[in-house]
Design a protein. Structure first.
Length: 131
């Protein structure tokens, strides 16, 4: 039976006692853990009607919750991939990111402009972290 951590389902899969899924659904999991590394699916804002800074803060809060469910945190992020619907939002996204990242623990990061799955989303962030 899956455990509940911060309201998220967390359970080993049948593949191995070292493989786990968080919020596993029929199409995807919000996160997968293998060999001490957590791989997050792309995280997007809950409220797509808000500006880039607010959307970014919402995404970062979702990342914090998923990392916590796996026993990790933002200081253990190894890599971040950031997708912006409009590269003109780069400065606004960076304001939220810079306020969130722990000084001295900024991960490797790439930011690109991309068409996101829903036109109202301004930012999607994928991270990989150590557990």
């Amino acid at each position: 039976m899956p455990a509940q951590v911060f309201g998220l389902r967390y359970a080993p899969t049948s593949r191995s006692c070292h493989d786990q899924r968080i919020e596993a659904g029929p199409r995807m999991s919000e996160a997968s853990i293998h060999n001490g590394v957590i791989y997050l699916a792309g995280q997007v804002a809950d409220d797509a009607s808000v500006d880039i800074e607010t959307q970014t803060r919402q995404v970062l809060a979702a990342i914090d919750a998923l990392l916590a469910a796996a026993g990790s945190d933002k200081t253990r992020i190894l890599r971040a991939q950031i997708y912006l619907a409009d590269i003109g939002d780069f400065a606004g996204m960076n304001r939220a990111w810079d306020a969130w990242v722990v000084p001295g623990n900024a991960p490797s990061r790439a930011t690109v402009e991309a068409r996101l799955a829903k036109s109202e989303w301004k930012v999607e962030i994928v991270v990989t972290a150590a557990v």
